[in-house]
Structure formats: structure tokens, C-alpha cells
Design a protein. Structure first.
Length: 247
DNA sequence: AATCATTCCAACCGCAAGACG
DNA sequence: TCGTCTTGCGGTTGGAATGAT
């Protein structure tokens, strides 16, 4: 399994995986042109990058796609076409390769009923009123009832609550925004969407909804990670919005 | 049990875009 | 402005696994 210049090709061995993992844990992602040498791998940089992104990277979700993942995939594909990386960006733990493979094997070839239904819709139905995503924050009167979900507040548009002068896409604002939240002591609960009941879904609702009025629940312990996840979701929605807005 | 067909997914390839000198 | 290098993306392929006969 050697290609030109003696570079190894084909399936990765366990030893190669370990070497690649160790290299990236030590030096971090990026600089792929340096990875084969520093990892001691007889592989091309593209092969290393692909192996990491599609298989070795932490938090990659294996196994079958859940029904809600498929549903979201179908909706996003309807909007974005074969832009697998953008679609995968909205499916936590799934890679662009996963999404593409799933689409080609499960949905495209088999003529999924979902696809059929979507194709039956007139084109003008597809063009939803996409509202530009905005950072949202919590109202000040939140109360958390221990152990049980309680509707105690709602998400409100940022300008109603706190002055956040920078937009999400301005580079430095991501950290500043997050730091300001974590320091203010007001944001100490996690939020789920009242419609789907899942964590971190509010940004998605912002993206999909034609009306911007998602009520929110407060349901859990303090998790800084949740706010960061929210922020990650929001920036992805901004990416999608920009793509759609450009077309 | 053997053979052939199909499915599925990891990996490869070529291209485009961005960074940089 | 141009050329080179690197990265990231989508399309495609190869082969292992599974199912059918």
C-alpha cells in the first residue's frame, strides 16, 4: 500500500492512529504539512488531516443517525444543497463525510419519502423568511426550581437586556461576550427550547423560526459549557445566514 | 458452504480559495 | 500582480462486511 515516493496509502493501522493522536495532542490541530514529519508517519498531509477530522477527533459521534438529525439534514440540504461541511456544522459530532455518505446511501439512492415530500413543495415554499441570528441573553428575573424544569423567564433580544455593542461575527467579541456573561453572575442556568425540549436549541429556533419569540425554560445546573455551546451554535447560524443571504 | 450482489464507509483525488512572499 | 504553497471541500472509488441465492 505505497503510493508515489513511498508514501503509505490505504487503511490506517492502530499504531498510525496513536502516532497521529499523540502528535495533535502535543502540537494541536493545523499545520498539516508538518504533521507527517513530527508524527513520524509515512503518510501525506491530506491523509493525516482526513484521518483526524473524520475518525480520530474527539466527540465524533458514531452509529446511526437519529430521526431528528435526519430531519435537520433534510431541511439544511434543501436550503444549502451539497454543502456537507455546513450541514455537518449543525449536526454535533457528525462529520461532513458522515453526512455525505449518509445522504448518498440512505437518502439519495433509496428515494427517501422525506425527499419526495420536500420535492413536492413548490419552490417558493422553500424560501423561508430567514431572520439574521442575533445573540440572545437571559432576562434578569430568572428563578431556578431545584431539580425540575420551570418556565420562569424568556430569551430576549440582546438590546432589551444588556448592551452588547459588538456583533457575533466580530472576531474579538466572542470571548468578550462570553467573559462578560460569566462574570456578571446573572447567567447561571441552562436553557432549553420549549418547543423541542432540548438543550442549545434556541439558536436553531432563531434560525428556522419566522417569528422571533421563543419562550425558554430554565432546567438545570450551572454549566459554562452550555453558554459556549450556545455561542458556537449562534456563530454557525451566522455562517448559514451569510450563505443564504448571499444567494 | 460457496458464490455473487449489494451496502456502507473510510480514504483518495482534483479543484478552488486564501495566505503569503 | 503573479506564482507558490497550504488548506478545505465535494465527488468518487475501493474494499470489507453483509445479505441473497
Amino acid at each position: 500500500m505505497e503510493g508515489t515516493f513511498g508514501v503509505r496509502k490505504g487503511a490506517w493501522s492502530e499504531e498510525e492512529d496513536i502516532l497521529l493522536k499523540q502528535c495533535i495532542q502535543k502540537h494541536g490541530e493545523g499545520k498539516w504539512h508538518l504533521v507527517p514529519v513530527s508524527a513520524g508517519l509515512n503518510r501525506c498531509r491530506k491523509s493525516c488531516r482526513l484521518r483526524w477530522l473524520n475518525y480520530l477527533k474527539p466527540n465524533i459521534k458514531r452509529g446511526n443517525f437519529a430521526a431528528d438529525e435526519v430531519d435537520l439534514m433534510l431541511r439544511l440540504h434543501k436550503l444549502l444543497g451539497n454543502r456537507w461541511s455546513l450541514i455537518a456544522g449543525r449536526l454535533p459530532g457528525r462529520t461532513a463525510n458522515d453526512v455525505k455518505n449518509y445522504w448518498n446511501t440512505h437518502l439519495l439512492k433509496k428515494g427517501s419519502s422525506h425527499i419526495t415530500k420536500l420535492k413536492e413543495k413548490p419552490q417558493d415554499m422553500v424560501k423561508v423568511n430567514v431572520i439574521k441570528p442575533q445573540p440572545w441573553t437571559f432576562s434578569k428575573n430568572l428563578t431556578w426550581l431545584s431539580g425540575k424544569p420551570a418556565i420562569v423567564g424568556s430569551f430576549q433580544k440582546k438590546e432589551d437586556i444588556r448592551d452588547i455593542s459588538q456583533t457575533p461575527m466580530q472576531s474579538e467579541s466572542r470571548i468578550n461576550w462570553w467573559e462578560s456573561l460569566s462574570n456578571c453572575g446573572e447567567l447561571d442556568e441552562r436553557a432549553t427550547c420549549t418547543q423541542c425540549g432540548r438543550l442549545n436549541e434556541v439558536p436553531k429556533e432563531i434560525f428556522w423560526a419566522e417569528e422571533m419569540a421563543p419562550e425558554a425554560k430554565v432546567v438545570g445546573d450551572t454549566l459554562d459549557e452550555d453558554v459556549l455551546n450556545y455561542w458556537g451554535d449562534l456563530s454557525l447560524d451566522m455562517d448559514l445566514w451569510e450563505v443564504l443571504n448571499a444567494e
